[in-house]
Design a protein around this ligand. Structure first.
Ligand code: FES
Length: 257
């Protein structure tokens, strides 16, 4: 983990209030899909950093991409930072997705919901390069909030759904899983999205040997030094663990969502 000033190479609003920001930094060398960075808000009155997951890792050009939804003062201030400005970044943090048990030809299901989708893109790229067979379900609220469909397509069969049916299949990820009967035939399942999606996957695939959820949570320090991000263990609710340190990726059935 390092802390460094990183230059914003580009900053584009790709969907309403969703900004794709490319940053350059030396920490790229050690990044893994599923990890996150902790970005200092470029405003002196907002002290807490914001945890942001990594969407693309470009090892050749020492840069990476994050997607940020501008939904509060802090994230809005980061999204308002123009290209060529720099941001103070701590990272990479947390444990990424475990893929060590997979081999070429393994069948993998990716389940992404809204702003939780980005870390699955870096994972999809890695798994595709290792010749795995991917099926990718992406859920959004409405047509206008859909992003990254074209980015996922080269890596596997990609299906988009919207809650209101204005684009792709109608319904949330759970509904689409029911329609496609896509539950059982995968060697691994990785999910990241809003609480409802993570909870559904945590329960639906609780006994799957290789199903994982990535939790998005408000954080303080990002490095295990405070207790802002605790969650309860499923089989021992009195025992809490820190999402930033032990996650953000957990096996299904490991924690209460
Ligand atoms: Fe401080 Fe996780 S954010 S312990």
């Amino acid at each position: 983990m390092i802390q460094e000033k990183q230059t914003i190479l580009s900053n584009i609003e790709i969907a309403p209030n969703i900004y794709e920001i490319v940053l350059s930094g030396t920490m790229v060398d050690t990044m893994h899909p599923g990890q996150f960075v902790h970005i200092q808000v470029p405003r002196e009155d907002l002290l807490l950093r914001r945890p942001i997951s990594i969407a693309k890792i470009d090892f050749d050009n020492a840069c990476y991409t994050v997607l940020i939804r501008a939904d509060g003062d802090g994230t809005r201030a980061i999204c308002n930072a123009h290209a060529s400005r720099s941001l103070d970044v701590l990272g990479p943090l947390g444990n990424g997705f475990d893929t060590s048990f997979l081999s070429p030809g393994s069948k993998v299901l990716l389940l992404g919901g809204g702003i939780g989708t980005p870390p699955l893109l870096a994972l999809a790229k890695e798994l595709h390069a290792k010749q795995m067979e991917l099926e990718i379900l992406l859920g959004f609220q409405t047509k206008h909030s859909v992003f990254y469909e074209e980015e996922f397509k080269p890596y596997g069969k990609t299906i988009v759904s919207t809650d209101d049916g204005s684009y792709g299949l109608k319904g949330n990820i759970s509904t689409v899983l029911d329609i496609l009967h896509a539950d059982t035939q995968f060697d691994a399942i990785y999910a990241c999205g809003p609480k409802g999606l993570n909870r559904m996957v945590n329960q639906r695939f609780a006994t799957h040997p290789h199903a994982y959820i990535s939790l998005e949570e408000r954080m303080g320090c990002g490095i295990g030094a405070c207790a802002a991000c605790i969650c309860q263990k499923q089989n021992d609710p009195n025992h809490t663990i820190k999402i930033c340190q032990h996650g953000p990726v957990f096996k299904t059935g490991e924690v209460i969502v």
